[in-house]
Design a protein around this ligand. Structure first.
Ligand code: CMP
Length: 137
């Protein structure tokens, strides 16, 4: 079993898509082993996305991610990282395949509805950023 960090971002949460996204997660047989609703500060968003600190879109990214509530989750499944990324679709909603969450709920590259860890080391950092061991059931 593998774990990955998933986020329902502020755009999708504000638009009322959280229930639908959670339903898809359960339909696809992920176990939700941790879940929190958070409103990140800019500093917390910047820490989470620290690998992008030198990118031109970093200010927009941290501003957007701290613009309203989001839902952070730890999903567990066989090959959870790849399977969640497949369910999300490509980063840019315009190139994400039909039926993927970003195609369905994303509206731009920056406002792409959901996040997922991209590798096992990243998942370890991202899960630990939001959850302690005793919060994962
Ligand atoms: P995510 O998978 O959460 O990881 C980093 C995020 O940065 C990515 O989704 C996009 O939403 C965002 N991002 C990547 N490239 C750009 C860009 N060129 N302009 C704005 N946001 C971007």
């Amino acid at each position: 079993m593998e774990r990955t960090l998933a986020i329902i971002k502020p755009d999708a949460f504000a638009a009322g898509h959280a229930g639908h996204i959670l339903a898809r997660i359960y339909e696809e047989d992920f176990q939700v082993v941790g879940l929190k609703k958070l409103h990140l500060s800019e500093q917390q968003a910047a820490g989470f996305y620290h690998v992008h600190a030198d990118k031109p879109f970093f200010d927009d990214l941290k501003g957007f991610m701290s613009s309203g509530p989001c839902i952070v989750m730890v999903l567990e499944a066989e090959a959870a990282i790849r399977r969640w990324r497949d369910l999300m679709g490509a980063t840019n909603p315009t190139t994400a395949p039909a039926g993927t969450l970003r195609n369905q709920f994303g509206t731009s590259l920056g406002r792409n509805a959901v996040h997922g860890s991209d590798a096992p080391e990243t998942a370890l950092f991202e899960v630990g950023y939001f959850f302690s061991g005793m919060e994962l059931l």
